[in-house]
Design a protein around this ligand. Structure first.
Ligand SMILES: *[C@@H]1O[C@H](CO)[C@@H](O)[C@H](O)[C@H]1NC(C)=O
Length: 287
């Protein structure tokens, strides 16, 4: 078992990583600002490595080393709604949508969802929706549009910096329980309006997906208190197949982390190989 604990000064690095991974990964957005790319070049490479690591883990889990290269080549990545809609929707197996900073509401939301509904073959879905002014009801519609992806196995949703609260995460969780083939789930929900109840509900529902082995979930910069963090950890016990867990919880309303309790729970996850926990700067270390 390998524990990676990132506490204290390293938070800053991870803060940058978790927030900018999505951004950095979105070449399409960055290409428009070449000066920005050059300025960030070194950082971009470092960040990309980490992102790749996560990605490779997932790919290997899916189909073993041999096919990793092939599947990377087959990734269909779209940065514009129109080019996505014009693509051969029924044929996508690995699909990535980069829609950051677009207003995913009204007509935009409707057409994106209609497109997603036709992607019946998708097994690996990544959607970047960083800072898209997404509210609860918008997230409901997005989650509903996954309905036809009956073989969905790997899901990554980057929903950072939106207006998502309890109803939104509850609905997303409920929608995901339908996908019993899910093996890896990455949900980046930082800087939203999630409280204790919301974080509990989504973890409770994810735990109902029996085959999740990789779980990366970020609740940083929300409104979760001690009770909520405790609830999140309690739900972890129910993930029987977990091998990789990354929990990012800093920037919430936690006053006193119950570290012994956390420690006990993590020890119970006996299949865990990699574990990363990011807490607040002032918290005591878990050893
Ligand atoms: C889902 O997976 C099964 C088994 O691998 C396959 O036979 C079926 O065609 C897939 N369905 C879709 C819609 O991709």
């Amino acid at each position: 078992m390998v524990f990676i604990l990132i506490i204290g000064a390293n938070i800053c690095i991870f803060d940058i990583l978790s927030r900018q991974l999505e951004l950095i990964d979105q070449d399409c957005y960055l290409q428009e600002e070449k000066g920005y790319i050059q300025h960030k070049f070194v950082k971009k490479q470092q960040l990309f490595q980490l992102n790749r690591l996560d990605y490779q883990l997932i790919q290997q889990n899916q189909m073993g080393n041999k096919n990793t290269k092939k599947s990377l080549q087959n990734t269909n990545k779209y940065c514009e709604i129109n080019s996505f809609l014009k693509s051969n929707l029924e044929e996508h197996v690995i699909l990535e949508l980069v829609l950051n900073f677009k207003k995913i509401q009204g007509e935009n939301l409707i057409i994106v969802c209609k497109g997603l509904e036709r992607c019946t073959n998708v097994q690996t879905l990544t959607i970047h929706l960083y800072s898209c002014m997404i509210q609860n009801e918008n997230l409901c519609e997005i989650a509903n549009s996954f309905n036809n992806m009956i073989n969905l196995t790997h899901l990554q949703l980057n929903l950072g910096v939106n207006k998502i609260g309890q109803q939104g995460v509850h609905f997303l969780g409920k929608a995901l329980t339908k996908f019993q083939k899910l093996q890896s789930v990455q949900l980046y929900l930082y800087s939203n309006q999630i409280r204790n109840e919301g974080s509990y509900l989504i973890m409770d529902q994810l735990a109902q997906c029996q085959h999740i082995s990789i779980l990366i979930i970020e609740f940083s910069n929300n409104l979760i208190e001690d009770e909520g963090i405790l609830n999140i950890c309690q739900q972890l016990k129910r993930f029987n197949k977990l091998t990789t867990l990354k929990l990012l919880l800093y920037g919430n309303l936690v006053e006193q982390m119950r570290r012994q309790y956390l420690q006990k729970i993590i020890m119970k996850l006996n299949k865990l190989i990699t574990f990363t926990l990011v807490l607040d700067i002032d918290e005591n270390q878990i050893e």
